[in-house]
Design a protein around this ligand. Structure first.
Ligand code: CP
Length: 324
């Protein structure tokens, strides 16, 4: 049966670890001089991005090429979507060219799910849909944390995670919440009530706490995930001003030294330096932001590798595993 990756919600802990274990093997490949393996030779990957992206698009493209697949990137601005073609017709058109995996980013929550229902023989990856999920971002965040904590033989479970900022509009936050709940971690969501409403506690249950005070929200955290302030939403009056937001919820090294001195810091990017995050902490010793980007390639290699194997008619991966 064709397998898709549409979200973290519903994935069992074992499935998450399976992606991370596969990604770990590709981290090693990415450290070699020649960063290329023949695992997906003869396979075709289409990246269809209806929204802007630097990290996700580039890393899926690099991932496909490092697996020896043929990779094609389609953006909404240069496609026939501009001439009014629907998402369904676009998806059916692409499937007629026999890709093995289609990677989709779309502003509409649920768009990749819709495409996965329509396509018969193509695996679909959600590269971020509306306010819903960004599953490969959560997987690369987990891989980054697992590799970091492994240095002190600390497992990925039993961690205190704080997610601070515009949780309301963040698909990264939702995927991370699902991921950390699957691992049994404690999650605190931190920010003003307009961006972190208490309904998140009802939606996600007792392991998720909503806190509007930065000190309470970050106190003793192992991991602080800072979210991008979505500047495009400024006219919607979720905050009174960027200056005020930065003063009350901006994350700096001074703040973390005081409330969460042992914490490490993640940010999915793109960052607004001086708004949700200060440069001292973004570029400082506790920051794993560059590691996140690096691990993004390995995670996307793992996702493409695993999903391409689920396509009927795919040669069994044994020989490819050997070659890898
Ligand atoms: N984190 C993330 O999705 O970044 P891009 O928008 O640059 O892909």
């Amino acid at each position: 049966m064709v397998q898709h990756l549409l979200g973290i919600e519903g994935l069992a802990k074992e499935e998450i670890y399976n992606y991370l274990d596969t990604a770990d093997s590709f981290v090693e490949v990415n450290k070699r001089d020649i960063k290329k393996v023949p695992s997906l030779r003869g396979k075709t990957i289409i990246n269809v991005f209806f929204e802007s992206s630097t990290r996700t698009l580039t890393s899926f493209d690099i991932a496909a090429k490092r697996l020896s697949a043929d990779s094609i990137n389609v953006s909404a601005s240069s496609s026939s979507v501009n001439k009014g073609e629907s998402l369904v017709d676009t998806a059916l058109t692409l499937e007629s060219m026999s890709p093995h995996v289609v990677v989709i980013r779309h502003a509409q929550s649920g768009a990749p799910h819709l495409v996965s229902k329509i396509l018969q023989k193509t695996a679909v990856v959600n590269a971020g849909d509306g306010l819903h999920e960004h599953p490969t971002q959560a997987l690369l965040d987990l891989l980054t944390l697992r590799r970091h904590f492994a240095k002190t033989e600390r497992p990925l479970e039993g961690l205190k995670i704080s997610i601070i900022g515009d949780v309301l509009h963040s698909r990264v936050a939702r995927s991370n919440i699902h991921a950390h709940l699957a691992l049994g971690n404690e999650v605190r969501l931190v920010g003003p009530a307009t961006l972190v409403p208490s309904l998140f506690e009802k939606t996600f249950g007792p392991k998720v706490k909503v806190l509007h005070s930065v000190d309470d929200g970050l106190e003793g955290s192992d991991v602080v995930i800072v979210l991008r302030m979505q500047l495009e939403r400024q006219n919607d009056k979720f905050i009174t001003s960027l200056d005020e937001y930065s003063r009350d919820y901006g994350v700096s090294e001074r703040l973390l030294k005081r409330v969460a001195p042992e914490s490490v810091l993640l940010h999915p990017g793109p960052m607004n330096r001086g708004v949700e995050i200060s440069t001292d902490v973004a570029d400082g010793a506790r920051s794993l932001i560059r590691n996140q980007v690096e691990n993004g390639v390995a995670v996307r290699m793992a996702v493409l590798f695993k999903l391409a194997q689920s396509i009927p008619g795919h040669d069994d991966g044994f020989e490819q595993e050997e070659e890898r």
